[in-house]
Design a protein around this ligand. Sequence first.
Ligand SMILES: [Zn+2]
Length: 399
Amino acid sequence: MSDPEITLARNYQVGAAGRLALDTLPLTGSCTTFAVQEGHPTLPEYVADSASTATAWATGMKTSNGRLSTAPGSDRDLKTILEIAQAKGFRAGLVTTADLTDATPAALASHVNSRECRGPSEMAECPKRKKSAGGKGSIAEQEVDHQVDVLLGGGKARFDQVLDGGPHVGKTVIQSARAQGYAVVTDAAGLRAARPGAKLLGLFASGNMSLEWGGEPALTYPGSGPQRCRQGIRPANEPSLAEMTKKAIEWLGAGGGGRGRGFFLQVEGGSIDKRGHASNPCEQIGETIAFDDAVRVSLDYARSHPDTLVVVTGDHAHTSQIVSPPDAKDHSPGALSTLVTSEGAKMIVNYATNLPGRSQDHTGAQVWIAAQGPQAANVAGVTDQTDLFHTLARALGAE
Ligand SMILES: [Zn+2]
């Protein structure tokens, strides 16, 4: 979620002069997001993926694309801010609309050499990390074994896989979670009924969770549209990101288990990126607005708990652009869509970092970062994602 994705959502939903919830954070800056090369860790990889970028802010260390909280070359585990928070007595939560084993939540609560090693039957790229080989297991196993107090998102298919080693060999990851004290819910009603207790695992979809909005994908000139997006298409049995965020804060803030010191919570609008890859502006904007609703929930909490640091940012820049109306002579060679915004104007969205119809690419530009609360001033100016680790560590009293 970089500046174009934010601007698209603002223009469409609240108008060019309107303001989203995330626009109200008082301290802002720019954050560099480059990764490093696996074989040459002193050389930058200018276009990063979500694994290296999440690792950067989760651990304060740069790594190569595809790695999760492990060092390039040496494959050494890198300590994460979630682990530091837990060691200091804070509770911890991970919330996403993506698969819970996707890169952002995974970087905080697992250490693997490849982001593809999501469940115990998907360990082809991480043979040494398999539990049967004496390792810590897949991302799903490690997230549960990390005793993260609240895990909410999609990706049930990974957690239905069967462990190949360790004390719970032969059980599924969900069964292993139950044996470790997790309550497990699989739909919105179950989430609503869940009352703060020990630990909560919510798996609301087999893979990524359903989208909030629908619409036509962008196409080559003259493009799709003019269109208005179809809002509110998420099935009622899946919670919204805002609902998951609210429950996570309620659960973590209750301070169960005698660990009432406070909490660390990561909330990801995971499909803003995915629908950008798919060149679908309505789907992308719907996910951005859903993320903004979750930001509003966190700001509401911070209003009555002013000792809360809230940070909002993206992991890397992306492909979408707002362009001038195309004509037969002058138009992008990429995919275009004309949206009619809530203020009644036409907004042309362009995707051109890959051939039309192909998965669009991330870009290497710096991303926006904003914050309020203790240590928030550290995000001002130009910082790197590794600096965010130290900002969070200071807010937790760990530096
Ligand atoms: Zn992506």
